[in-house]
Design a protein around this ligand. Structure first.
Ligand SMILES: Cc1cc2nc3c(=O)[nH]c(=O)nc-3n(C[C@H](O)[C@H](O)[C@H](O)COP(=O)(O)O)c2cc1C
Length: 331
């Protein structure tokens, strides 16, 4: 298995696509099943692991990134921390597991994270970020990738940070062009993204609202210097989207709802095996359906039915009934 392909191995012949980290959704079970069922991504980023000051990680905290649990595309683990020494300590553990690149989550928008000066909460503090990078990079053998937003409160905070980032040999900068307080509202701010792109020679990856081929094509024409494209919700809604983008729409992607059904059944079976109690696997699957239902003609009504289920049996029955009606795929 290739644990990790550093960004330098990308080629220019086709767009480089990365599965976005989505905590509670894109875990190892999901990533493996997605790769086997649909393929399309060159790489995937794991949802964040928070550092702990004791620096002793329980097996459950690292399970998602253990190489033996990951058979999909090259994986980049992500760390959420504002402590450079704790960060470097975890990065070293990940290096020993076979990860030459790790990602720093500098974009999490949630108030309980940002309020503690983590994730997007650090963006208004360039001096702290500079000190973090200086200390963390000195203590880790891995290369560092950063995933971030335009700012916490204002859309020019990231631009002000570019001179700081430019001083470090970062593997890449992944930019979601919204502020933290925007969460996922409003449209991605493409002007601000373009300004950040122009302010650095580091590889920059675009992330945000790539939901169809046309959106991707428009963005790639507007920002040809972009080094890669990270896709989250769009691929959960239409799992063939990455393949469609890689083929540039030249060859149609054969959509077979039976493939979606098998993918779904595999996820449900694996979640039932690894989670104890009935609520957890059903909740996981409901999370997936909030995106996947968008690609079915009758998806909205079906989602409501799914949301009412609370036991695995009831859930399975509801989904089986839906697939048995040969639902229309509209993505
Ligand atoms: C449910 C959920 C969980 C997420 N978890 C993470 C995470 O663990 N780490 C991270 O950097 N971003 C996380 N994100 C943000 C996504 O990686 C991505 O930046 C965002 O969804 C925008 O990209 P998209 O429009 O392609 O989905 C999460 C987003 C959602 C909706």
């Amino acid at each position: 298995m290739t644990v990790n392909a550093p960004p330098a191995q990308r080629t220019d012949s086709e767009p480089f696509l990365i599965l976005a980290p989505m905590r509670g959704l894109t875990d190892a079970v999901f990533r493996n099943a997605f790769a086997d069922s649909f393929g399309g991504f060159h790489s995937a980023m794991a949802p964040f692991i928070s550092t702990v000051s004791a620096r002793r990680y329980k097996p459950s905290q690292l399970r998602d990134v253990l190489p033996e649990n990951n058979r999909g595309p090259a994986l980049i683990p992500q760390i959420l921390s504002n402590d450079p020494e704790d960060f470097a300590a975890l990065a070293r553990v990940l290096f020993d597991l076979g990860y030459p690149v790790v990602n720093w989550n500098l974009g999490c928008p949630f108030r309980r994270v940002a309020g503690k000066l983590r994730g997007s909460g650090l963006l208004p503090h360039p001096d702290r970020i500079d000190a973090f990078l200086d200390q963390a990079l000195a203590g880790m053998p891995n290369r560092l990738s950063i995933k971030t937003r335009l700012g916490r409160h204002k859309n020019n905070e990231l631009l002000s940070l570019m001179p700081v980032f430019n001083r470090y040999p970062l593997a890449e900068l992944i930019v979601h062009p919204r502020t933290g307080i925007q969460m996922y509202t409003g449209a991605p701010d493409l002007e601000a993204y373009g300004a950040c792109l122009a302010a650095t020679s580091l590889p920059v990856v675009f992330n945000g609202d790539i939901g169809d081929l046309v959106t991707f094509q428009t963005l790639s024409e507007q920002f040809p210097q972009t080094a890669g494209w990270m896709i989250g919700r769009g691929a959960l809604a239409n799992p063939w989207l990455p393949t469609l983008i890689r083929r540039g729409g030249r060859i149609g992607v054969p959509v077979n709802v039976e493939t979606v059904r098998r993918f779904h059944d595999r996820l449900l079976d694996e979640y039932c095996r690894i989670f104890s109690g009935p609520a957890h696997p059903v909740d996981r699957m409901k999370g997936l359906w909030s995106y996947l239902s968008l690609s079915f003609a009758d998806g909205r009504r079906f989602l409501k039915q799914v949301q009412k289920t609370s036991t695995v049996d009831r859930y399975r029955e509801t989904v089986d009934r839906f697939f048995d009606t040969h639902p229309e795929w509209i993505a």
